[in-house]
Design a binder for this molecule. Structure first.
Ligand SMILES: [Zn+2]
Length: 209
């Protein structure tokens, strides 16, 4: 992990209260406890000291967001529906703009930029690069502007937003590493298949930093 060139970016993905058991989040990921968040905090500080540029991704939904089961009368949390041909998992309301549990739990002073995603009520957005409607965030242009060629991705959750962000980073031409020990997954089977898919797409999986 050569960061001496200053060309390595770190993408800290969705480390927000609603995804943690620590903050009793509405969509808490197994194992995303206080110790996990502190581990992510420490690792991010270490990478910043090594000269990596740190970026954050923040799930940031309006209250009427399409991914909330509460916006689909008669539907339950975790049901899977089709919307205009797209598969949509219905989640409990989470990371609503401006709420306490939408905050990023890693020290915000570490971030060069925070990219918000999922702002459009019509589209979900697991990836920090684009939403399900194909609208790109500013992530790629920020990385390019900063001369980033390699990215390290970790956070929550392995099988959804980390996976989607790492795949889009690889597709955008970055050399991508995912640090498994700095991620937690929603479910064991989807987490295992996510890691396999990432490897198949040329993403390097490190157990720990
Ligand atoms: Zn979301």
């Amino acid at each position: 992990m050569d960061s001496a060139s200053g060309k390595t970016g770190v993408i800290v993905t969705d480390v927000q209260g609603d995804f943690t058991t620590w903050k009793e989040g509405s969509l808490a990921v197994n194992g995303a406890d206080q110790a996990f968040v502190h581990k992510v905090q420490n690792a991010t500080e270490t990478l910043a000291k090594k000269g990596c540029l740190i970026f954050g991704i923040q799930d940031w939904h309006p209250a009427d967001h399409v991914s909330f089961f509460t916006n689909h009368p008669g539907k339950n949390a975790f049901e899977v529906i089709k919307i205009e041909g797209r598969t949509q998992i219905l989640w409990p309301p989470h990371c609503i703009q401006g709420t306490e549990n939408a905050r990023i739990l890693v020290d915000n002073n570490l971030f060069m930029a925070i990219v918000k995603k999922g702002k459009d009520p019509r589209y979900d957005s697991y990836s920090g690069f684009q939403d399900d409607g194909g609208t790109e965030t500013e992530m790629d242009s920020i990385l390019k502007r900063n001369g980033i060629e390699k990215v390290i991705v970790y956070g929550l959750a392995t099988d959804y937003c980390v996976k989607a962000t790492a795949i889009d980073a690889a597709n955008a031409g970055y050399k991508v590493t995912v640090v498994e020990g700095l991620c937690r997954g929603v479910a064991p089977d989807t987490t295992e298949s996510a890691l396999k898919e990432l490897k198949d797409r040329g993403v390097t999986i490190l157990k720990e930093l």
